[in-house]
Design a protein. Structure first.
Length: 71
């Protein structure tokens, strides 16, 4: 669990939350839960790709800032 910053109201939000409790902004699916970065790429079978076709057991995103795989 990490604390990230809401991009709309700048309040601290738990990375497990789906919405900001203060302003109601929905946190993007591709926002890194570790560092809060939006600098992410879609991953397909261990490589970077623009295609969202990912296996069920594979992480969908990788953060280009901290390297965390998530999704």
């Amino acid at each position: 669990m990490a604390i990230i910053t809401c991009l709309r109201c700048k309040r601290e939000v738990d990375s497990c939350a789906t919405r900001c409790a203060k302003c109601g902004w929905e946190l993007p699916e591709d926002m890194c839960p570790q560092c809060g970065s939006m600098n992410t790429k879609i991953v397909v079978f261990g490589s970077y790709s623009a295609s969202p076709a990912v296996g069920d057991d594979e992480p969908k995103y990788v953060c280009k800032t901290c390297g965390k795989r998530f999704g």
